[in-house]
Write a protein that binds this ligand. Structure first.
Ligand SMILES: [Zn+2]
Length: 405
């Protein structure tokens, strides 16, 4: 099969017209722009010769006709507010172009290409709604409780879009031999390390904790320092201690963020009676996440009671890391080498539909560089040459899957 790069790039630019803002797109799930983009994609899939539909959750799915087995290729076409033109869109159009090229070549293989744009990956209503639905993890009750920031319900949005009541497409493990997702990196590693292809080893797990200090409000001018129960200072010291503890147990891929801090009552002349920080940390290894969590508990236990301040930590969110398939990752690596381009094995610090699919079928992700590491922003971009390189490596990977089946 012969990939048509000009057609791929033209499709990407056409898709970017839906909800276009400057170089980027503002295409939130189920808005008119998003629905028009889905309808356009449906037509493109049909023209390519795929059996295409938009299902009951808004997934656009194009199946290769007349085959029993297929590689599923896709991503998402919704965006964050004022997002980039390639985030998600590229992975979907990689699938479309590869499926189209296969059919044009006369489809001499029994392994088909099924293409999917998963609905609401970015979580306007419910993050990963489309892939969760596809894999059987999104109940009608989940749809009922998912709302956007304006309080509109996902059920209502689906009704307005005309998708409600349609059957939902689902994963067929006897048909779908693998899921492949091409995506922009959304970070600066490939660019700064001079690599062209990122082979995703896994998608990081995420945990969030609150560390809360409880002291006593007093006049900040009249209360001597040694008599204060200063929750604010206690929290600052505890955070400082925690940074050093994280450094001791981190992996090279670990990241953390002290994302929000609140002092109460929050006045210059009042000793804080309480203080709370929100700590988020990510890694591809559950064991590393456990170690980091243990350090938070240890830091809180050490600080607890000092200066009359109580310190405790509470876990808020725990999302497990999602490993990618090692055989597929190796195939991507070989494909990149075959094209003579340097690749890098790396975790994904952001969530993707692949993290849902990997629980069910062999799944892999391939990254290409983001210029300046920019994403979730109108400024997001990637060199056209890199976009073309990415689809070549993905198509080569599918060729090697085909040989193994
Ligand atoms: Zn994305």
């Amino acid at each position: 099969m012969q990939i048509n790069y000009l057609r791929l790039l033209a499709d990407l630019r056409r898709l970017a017209k839906f909800g276009q803002v400057g170089r980027g797109v503002h295409r939130l799930s189920f808005t008119p722009e998003d629905r028009e983009a889905r309808h356009w994609l449906l037509q493109r899939m049909t023209e390519a010769g795929l059996d295409a539909q938009i299902d009951g959750i808004g997934n656009v799915y194009g199946q290769t006709k007349g085959v029993d087995k297929a590689v599923l290729v896709g991503s998402h076409t919704d965006s964050v507010p004022n997002g980039g033109w390639l985030d998600g869109a590229m992975g979907v159009l990689y699938g479309l172009e590869i499926a189209r090229a296969r059919l044009e070549a006369g489809a001499r293989t029994d392994l088909g290409i099924d293409v999917i744009s998963f609905a609401d990956e970015e979580g306007t209503y419910r993050a990963l709604a489309g892939s969760l639905s596809f894999c059987g993890h999104l109940s009608e009750a989940d749809v009922e409780v998912a709302t956007n920031q304006q309080g509109k319900n996902l059920r209502e949005a689906l009704s307005e879009a005309g998708y409600a009541g349609r059957p939902r497409v689902t994963l067929d493990p006897s048909r779908h031999v693998a899921y492949l997702e091409g995506h922009i990196e959304q970070g600066p590693r490939l660019e700064t390390e001079g690599k062209k292809i990122g082979i995703v080893t896994g998608i990081v797990g995420i945990r969030r904790c609150h560390v809360t200090c409880t002291g006593q409000a007093d006049h900040a001018g009249t209360t001597p320092m040694h008599l204060r129960k200063d929750a604010g200072s206690a929290l600052i010291k505890c955070c400082h201690d925690l940074i050093q503890r994280f450094e001791q147990v981190r992996s090279p891929d670990s990241v953390w963020n002290f994302g929000h801090i609140v002092f109460e009552p929050g006045a210059g002349n009042v000793v804080p009676s309480s203080a709370r920080v929100l700590v988020e940390f990510r890694d591809v290894s559950e064991a590393t996440l456990d170690r980091m969590q243990a350090e938070i508990q240890a830091a809180a236990a050490t600080a607890n009671g000092q200066g009359g301040v109580g310190v405790q930590s509470t876990e808020l969110i725990r999302i497990s890391p999602a490993e990618m398939d090692a055989n597929l990752a190796a195939m991507i690596e070989v494909a990149a080498r075959g094209r003579g381009v340097p690749s890098l094995r790396m975790p994904s610090g952001a969530g993707h539909d692949a993290m849902v699919l990997t629980r069910h079928i062999p799944t892999a992700m391939l990254f290409i560089p983001s210029i300046g590491g920019r994403s979730h922003d109108l400024a997001e971009d990637t060199d056209a040459a890199d976009i073309c390189l990415g689809i070549d490596v993905l198509a080569d990977t599918i060729r090697s899957i085909n040989r193994k089946i």
